[in-house]
Ligand binder design. Structure first.
Ligand SMILES: *[C@@H]1O[C@H](CO)[C@@H](O)[C@H](O)[C@H]1NC(C)=O
Length: 583
């Protein structure tokens, strides 16, 4: 699809006007001209067919590009002249609600109250043997409230009141529990002002903050909720993930705001201070921190797993407290410049903007060399929308930014981030050019002399007939539709809705299970699809919520009043009463 802007059909030469008083000879000449023309046309059709036959891949890409559309670059002036319609597309919005009900009712039938759901086996499971913590129920509540599915909501609320407990003797992931469960409770409280959610949130928050009892206050990756004790990660030399420690702040700060208790805020903010002090010269963040030293460990640098939401929450912390804490703006701007300098690349022939990873390798002398890997996780697809949101926030030249932004409303950096964001969304859509129309978990991009042959500039590493690599799966992830939602709200460009609808249709076609619910696809590029028996909780909390919002009118969770946590739970933007940031 990348080249649709480049390939243009040549205009056919217009035929010359014929005179009125044709002589017989003239007519005869014209007849024979017509006969020649017929032969020429026939030859053209035949050779076109042969060409199509031999170049089907090429043709398919071209046809897809034409039917799916594409946004390449961003012509500020032309886009500003388009009429902007942000009203709801009710039939599509309602189709998303029906999909949510289809997912929820299967879960409720087979696994109500269990943390996770397996729709093919029609069973549930818990994260630990100690019993469930409402992983799926709590994650889904605000989606129900927004969609107005009242009966389902009433039963979910009853379960929270009667079945939810955090007194579990098991080790839970600090970050996941915070973003899904604490985040879900806080958002449910904001939408209902029902005290049950705030009570539960406070109970969970009080347990979670014990993970922060480390020398520098960086939280350990796991927490025993009953013992109120942090548990170090056995797998990663006791290091903690950068994204995990820096993606608890929106939740804990909002909990402080609601309860008037500073302790959550202080724990969360201290982490940001440690990270700021640990800054490395490139301005980039390694994906691991040493919790004892409070320093970045030498490790990979990327926008994908363990890195992603660090960048997301720098911006969102600035937004959450109504732009009252400039330190997050500085940290975000610094990080975005570093990302542009070190991690953004353009692909070989299709000109797709993508992000890379850089990994450290020790040579024989023990010296560290950095190697670039042209690998992009599906997770990175949040980043297109995030950059666009950042562009109209920290990149705004004045107080007002239009929808879509006018060129003079953005600073130079704002324009840079906007354009990269637009292009990254386009790249993520290009990775949906698969047999299923779903995008894989991880893509690699071709680099000069890598010996790879593939239809596109991107490919699924290790994919070959009869072999399905891990990278090829689609596990119902939300990141692309998240970016499409943000991009649509900020531009009103209908292309973003078209793309979102295409993804929704692909999910309906390939992930929906006859007996109820949705499952993960093992290989997005193989038909018929093979499924994996898991319906991730983020299908109901994020993927379907962002699709619902994409087709709703812009008064539903307006971006001027709300900020989404990394699990798509919306929190209201507020003015801080506790602190106004550190420096
Ligand atoms: C999950 O935990 C809950 C609460 O302890 C329990 O009722 C349920 O049976 C558990 N589910 C499974 C599949 O073990």
């Amino acid at each position: 699809m990348a080249d649709s802007g480049v390939r243009k059909r040549k205009n056919a030469k217009s035929s010359e006007d014929s005179g009125n008083n044709d002589s017989a000879a003239e007519r005869a000449r014209k007849d024979s001209d017509a006969a020649i023309l017929k032969h020429v046309l026939l030859a053209v059709v035949i050779s076109a067919s042969i060409f199509l036959y031999h170049n089907w891949d090429y043709a398919r890409t071209f046809i897809r590009a034409k039917t799916r559309g594409s946004i390449e670059g961003w012509d500020f002036e032309a886009k500003s002249k388009m009429s902007v319609d942000l009203s709801a597309d009710a039939p599509k919005r309602d189709a998303v609600v029906a999909a949510f009900k289809y997912a929820w009712s299967a879960y409720e039938r087979d696994a109500m109250g269990d943390d996770e759901y397996h729709p093919i086996g029609k069973s549930g499971s818990n994260l630990t043997d100690a019993g469930g913590i409402g992983y799926t129920v709590v994650d889904s509540i605000d989606t129900m409230l927004l969609m107005g599915v009242d009966e389902e909501y009433a039963r979910a609320r009853k379960w929270v009141a009667e079945g939810l407990s955090f007194d579990r003797q098991g080790n839970f992931n600090t970050f996941e529990t915070t973003i899904r469960v604490l985040g879900g409770l806080l958002s449910a409280y904001d939408l209902t002002h029902d005290d049950i959610y705030l009570e539960r949130a406070k109970d969970l928050g009080d347990r979670l903050i014990s993970a922060f009892s480390t020398p520098m206050g960086l939280p350990l990756s796991q927490i025993n909720l009953a013992k109120r004790e942090g548990v170090p990660d056995q797998d990663n030399r006791g290091l903690v993930s950068t994204a995990e420690v820096s993606t608890l702040q929106l939740e804990l700060k909002y909990l402080s705001y609601l309860t008037d208790e500073e302790v959550y805020w202080e724990k969360a903010e201290n982490v940001m201070k440690v990270i700021k002090d640990a800054r490395i010269p490139t301005g980039l963040a390694s994906i691991f921190l040493d919790p004892n030293e409070g320093k970045f460990a030498i490790g990979p640098i990327r926008l994908g797993s363990r890195g992603d939401s660090y960048y997301e929450y720098l911006l969102k912390q600035y937004i959450q407290t109504d732009r009252a804490e400039p330190v997050y703006r500085e940290m975000y701007d610094d990080a975005m410049t570093a990302v542009h300098t070190h991690l953004i690349r353009k692909s070989e022939t299709e000109g797709l903007t993508y992000t890379t990873e850089i990994i450290p390798e020790r040579d024989r002398q023990g010296k560290i060399n950095w190697r670039m890997i042209p690998k992009q996780d599906h997770l990175v697809c949040f980043f297109g929308g995030s950059l666009m949101l950042g562009a109209v926030t920290t990149g705004a030249a004045g107080d007002h930014v239009s929808v879509p932004p006018r060129e003079d409303e953005l600073t130079a950096q704002g324009k840079r981030d906007w354009l990269t964001g637009v292009e990254l969304v386009r790249t993520c859509m290009a990775t949906h050019e698969t047999a299923t129309g779903l995008s894989p978990e991880i893509v690699h991009f071709r680099t000069p002399n890598d010996g790879i042959t593939s239809e596109h500039d991107w490919y699924i590493k290790g994919a070959r007939p009869g072999h399905t690599p891990y990278d090829a799966r689609y596990i119902l992830r939300p990141e692309t539709v998240e970016s499409l939602f943000i991009a649509f709200r900020l531009t009103g460009d209908p292309q973003y809705r078209k793309w979102g609808w295409g993804i929704f249709e692909a999910i309906e076609k390939h992930c929906r299970i006859e007996s109820g619910g949705y499952a993960s696809v093992l290989n997005v590029d193989a038909l018929p699809v093979e499924l994996e028996d898991k319906m991730e909780t983020f299908l109901m909390s994020e993927t379907l919520k962002y699709l619902y919002l994409l087709f709703s009118d812009d008064s539903v969770v307006p971006l001027s009043k709300y900020v989404f946590n990394t699990e798509a739970h919306p929190f209201p933007i507020f003015h801080p009463t506790i602190r106004t940031g550190f420096s």
